[in-house]
Design a protein around this ligand. Structure first.
Ligand code: ATP
Ligand code: MG
Length: 319
């Protein structure tokens, strides 16, 4: 098979992680300022609770601090204010309970797909036999067994992302952090991967925090969509997605997804001075909702930093 071609699906292999193994996360008052040639305040007293096995999508403008927040959660950067805990235990450094898929796949080019997946196990001192058995299970889980010997440079972007996901699952993390994992994919492949991620989640039981710029993707995948402000990031909305699981791709076209997506869009537009984004948010609000059904209105009226002259719910004749 041509390794650059996208394989059909992540295959249904037996669970390699017992369902229910996900961790609960708690972020309390997380603040971070990068100090160097320039001082950049990136995170502003972020509070966030994620329950075990919950899937939370983080969405916010470019450069607001999403990747930084994931690094803090993974223990790769220390916040200068606040506390991070996983299952009640503080995160004080790189944490083996966390699997992180970076925004750019960071595979080792000289190693095969299988060897990349084994890499964290090698570092953890696992026996070669145990590494190989686990890597084989994981490559099966993401539908890549036949690519085991391929080098990353010969694989398509989507296939490399699957290898990264398999590697992130290597040490059986109870928390999986995904930083825009599907941004390099074409629209249809991306939808298929969204579904496959949900199937993977059903089989592994891992708590997931996913960063995405796609509003429909956030709503389709997550139990909650958390909207962040421009830098320094703070939580401006936390929107529950009350959509039953298992979800199917046709749900993407449902009225509920459209309505939730409009709500997320309105909160995002609220945080920006981009006139086009605001106009689109205004148009996207479904006609039937009354103001009291729209949490965005409450935000627009109460949150500091909201442009006073913009209210996405104000009827045209009042503007
Ligand atoms: N190690 C660092 N040192 C100094 N500044 C940094 C560092 N890492 C990130 N930044 C700055 O912090 C801000 C937030 O960066 P971050 O990568 O977290 O944003 P993001 O929300 O993930 O953006 P994008 O949507 O483009 O991926 C940016 O201004 C970035 O330049
Ligand atoms: Mg980022």
């Amino acid at each position: 098979m041509d390794p650059a071609r996208e394989p059909a699906t992540m295959t249904a292999t037996p669970s390699v992680h017992a369902p229910g193994a996900g961790a609960g996360i708690s972020l309390n008052g997380i603040s971070l300022t990068f100090r160097g040639a320039r001082t950049t305040r990136v995170l502003d007293t972020i509070d966030l609770e994620v329950r075990r096995r919950e899937v939370v999508a983080l969405i916010g403008p470019n450069g607001c601090g999403k990747s930084t927040l994931l690094r803090v959660l993974a223990g790769l950067i220390k916040a200068d204010g606040g506390a991070v805990a996983i299952d009640g235990q503080p995160v004080t450094g790189p944490d083996p309970r966390v699997g992180l898929v970076f925004q750019e796949p960071r595979l080792l080019g000289w190693r095969s797909a299988e060897s990349n997946v084994r890499f964290p196990m090698e570092l953890a001192g696992w026996s070669r036999e145990r590494q190989e058995a686990r890597a084989s299970d994981l490559l099966g889980l993401v539908g890549l067994r036949e690519y085991a010997r391929a080098r990353p440079g010969t694989l398509s972007g989507g296939t490399r992302q699957r290898v990264s996901i398999a590697r992130a699952l290597a040490l059986e993390p109870s928390l999986l952090l995904l930083d825009e994992p599907f941004s390099a994919l074409d629209a249809l492949t991306r939808e298929r991967f969204n579904l496959e991620l949900l199937r993977l989640w059903e089989r592994t039981g891992t708590t997931i925090v996913l960063v995405t710029h796609s509003i429909p993707e956030a709503v389709f995948i997550a139990d909650r969509v958390v909207v962040l402000s421009p830098r320094p990031a703070r939580v401006v909305a936390d929107i529950a997605v009350g959509m039953p699981r298992p979800r199917r791709l046709v749900d993407l076209d449902s009225a509920l997804v459209s309505s939730l997506a409009a709500d997320v869009r309105a909160h995002l537009a609220d945080t920006t001075d981009d006139a086009i984004a605001m106009e689109e948010a205004r148009r996207a609000i479904p006609a039937g909702l009354t103001p009291k059904d729209r949490p965005a209105r409450k935000h627009a009226e109460t949150e500091p930093g909201t442009p006073a002259w913009f209210d996405p719910f104000r009827p045209e004749d009042e503007s």
